[in-house]
Design a protein around this ligand. Structure first.
Ligand code: ADP
Ligand code: MG
Length: 357
């Protein structure tokens, strides 16, 4: 069976439903993320698994056992909170031993467990330091060690990197991923940061308004979003509302309000959606730009460059089409000289590189 299962779980606070019927199956050893905007119910979901909240309806199982009657302290899970919440006046060793002392474990048992968890996160030599004498990455390791002393099967992380600046965050992501691989435990992470979820997770659940909108691997979620919400939440998109004009199993043609005729082709094995009203989604990195007309006229539109943003590895363009629509385009930085704003260009993309939802 699965390591963690949620079956039709609801949580109603006074006058407000935070979680509305969530079903989740998380595998043993998986790095699973719950991703969504602020207030969509991520923390509540995590707290339900931890046992800090009781479900209003539904059931949570951990390693096949129902948790409905099991209090938080007896569940095989441990939470790592945002910014680690270490005690600054205690050494690394004492930070890790703290919870075990509260549980009144024997001194020898505490000694053994603290030693083992320090070893698991490779922090043995820092046992006598205080948190302020550690780097961000080392603090993260101590926070994890503090969860590991309880020998949990599942580690819960609530926006663990939320408070860090960009550079440190990227380093911590690599650290966290390495720790997950070394420990072989199930990680469930909550985040509102799409890049963090994409880079760390084996699977992601995208939440919206207390419900799960889509579950999938990072590539499935990014390349094949099921709804415009998921598409827009995960990365930049160009989206066009339109009407289905014609189509067969190989491709459909959609005409937008501004008269753009867009051809959409399904990926192999993917069924194409054929509703009268459709939203066409094109990722910025799928669009090509050319100063001269490209060979194919399909999904090719004339316009002018409006904004050019130099990003080092990439260049970000806003293109205003003759139709009035604006496109966001992201190209690898290969040119030695950037074009001028207002340069006339052709913007184009392949029918297989866009989606109809
Ligand atoms: P997220 O972590 O995705 O930002 P939360 O799970 O914290 O979202 O909150 C989801 C919704 O439930 C919010 O509207 C929030 O105000 C509400 N909520 C969370 N905890 C409580 C509580 N203890 N009492 C009342 N409402 C709450
Ligand atoms: Mg939260």
């Amino acid at each position: 069976h699965f390591d963690v299962e949620l079956r039709k779980v609801f949580k109603v606070f006074k006058g407000e439903t935070a979680v509305r019927g969530i079903d989740l199956n998380i595998h043993r050893g998986e790095f699973f993320s719950i991703l969504g905007p602020s207030g969509c119910g991520k923390t509540t979901t995590l707290r339900l698994v931890a046992g800090f909240e009781t479900p209003s309806a539904g059931e949570i199982l951990i390693q096949g056992q129902s948790m409905n009657q099991i209090p938080a302290y007896r569940r095989p899970v441990n939470t790592v909170f945002q910014s680690y919440a270490l005690f600054n006046h205690l050494t690394v060793w004492e930070n890790i031993a703290f919870g075990l002392r509260l549980k009144k474990l024997k001194a020898l048992e505490i000694e053994e467990r603290v030693k083992q968890s320090l070893k698991q996160v490779k922090m043995e030599v820092y046992a006598n330091r205080f948190p302020a004498q550690l780097s961000g990455g080392q603090q993260q390791r101590v926070a994890l060690a503090r969860a590991l002393v309880n020998r949990p099967a599942v580690i819960l992380l609530d926006e663990p990197l939320g408070a860090l600046d960009f550079k440190l965050r990227q380093e911590m992501q690599v650290e966290l991923s390495n720790l997950h691989q070394d420990l072989g435990l199930t990680f469930i992470m909550v985040t509102h940061d799409q890049e963090e979820a994409l880079s760390l997770s084996q699977r992601i659940a995208v939440m919206r308004g207390g419900k799960i909108e889509q579950i999938g691997t990072p590539t499935e979620i990014y390349e094949h979003p099921h709804t415009p919400f998921v598409a827009n939440f995960i990365g930049d998109t160009n989206s066009f509302k339109g009407r289905l004009e014609s189509g067969d199993v190989n491709s459909i043609e959609i005409v937008t309000a501004n008269g753009l005729k867009i051809v959409v082709e399904p990926n192999p094995g993917e069924e194409i959606i054929r509703s009268q009203e459709a939203v066409v989604i094109v990722r910025p990195e799928k669009i090509r730009l050319s100063l001269t007309p490209p060979e194919s006229k399909i999904n090719c539109f004339e316009g002018r460059l409006r904004n050019i943003m130099y990003l080092g590895t990439h260049v970000h363009f806003i293109v205003e089409l003759l139709s009035g629509d604006r496109l966001t385009v992201m190209l690898p930085n290969t040119a030695s000289k950037l074009p001028d704003p207002h340069t006339p260009v052709y913007a184009f993309w392949k029918p297989i590189d866009c989606l109809a939802l």
